[in-house]
Design a protein around this ligand. Structure first.
Ligand code: ZN
Length: 239
């Protein structure tokens, strides 16, 4: 494991599996880590409750004193723009352009812009997000090239060198579970399994092997698939 860096990081924490893993990743690397969440009128607010439980759980783990304040910003404008299954009561479906209607155009661009503004105020230099191009829905604002371009634009825009880190960019969902295991052992895997939220329908329901959720929406399916692949790899390796 690499040495702890004196830099200070801001992690975009939604309350999902990916951002929770990114938070643990940042806690292993940076001396100080703050978290940022967005209330953007998402249909289901269960994610926001998960954020708190994840922060409390991670506080108690192996990185004492590194986890600083949590910030929550209200961003009503995305719901005003409308038209997405994440903010409107519409059925999840594929659009004519080949993207699912769970795509919220501009969301990550806006979130990172606000994160850069907060980082400027708080004196933080690294922005960490859970975007991935590997098992993803094709959202263009999750692409590595989009975020590389954004890093340049934001650094110029606040006249400060900001680094955008996306540790999951080239990791599958199975790799993301493996990363959590490496970072915090079974305790971290269990925290993320039980307390993070992925389901597009906002259902907690029963605790499945892979965590809570409806089990049928694209997000639950991806999470369940990743869990199965990871546990299969683990048993092959005799872990
Ligand atoms: Zn679901």
């Amino acid at each position: 494991m690499s040495a702890v860096q004196p830099r200070r990081a801001l992690v975009l924490l939604s309350g999902g599996q990916d951002s929770a893993t990114c938070l643990a990743w940042a806690l292993t690397r940076y001396a100080e880590v703050e978290t940022l969440g967005f209330d953007y009128g998402q249909r289901h607010r269960v994610e926001l409750d998960c954020r708190e439980r994840l922060c409390t759980g991670l506080q108690a783990m192996a990185w004492p004193g590194r986890l600083g304040p949590d910030h929550l910003l209200t961003v009503d404008v995305l719901a005003q723009l409308g038209g997405s299954a994440m903010t409107d009561e519409v059925t999840i479906a594929m659009q004519a352009d080949g993207l699912p209607n769970t795509f919220v155009p501009g969301r990550n661009l806006l979130f990172f812009t606000l994160a850069a503004a907060l980082a400027y105020r708080r004196g933080l230099d690294v922005l960490v997000g859970g975007m991935s191009e590997t098992d993803y829905s094709g959202y263009p604002d999750c692409r590595d090239s989009t975020l590389k371009a954004l890093q340049v634009a934001l650094s110029l825009g606040v006249d400060r060198p900001l680094t955008l880190e996306t540790p999951l960019m080239w990791r599958s969902k199975a790799d993301t579970w493996a990363l959590a295991q490496r970072l915090g052992g079974d305790a971290l895997v269990e925290l993320i399994r039980c307390e993070s939220h992925t389901c597009y329908l906002g259902q907690r329901g029963d605790l499945h092997a892979w965590g809570h959720g409806c089990g049928g929406c694209p997000a639950c399916e991806l999470r369940a698939q990743g869990w199965e692949q990871w546990t299969a790899q683990r048993s092959l390796n005799g872990a």
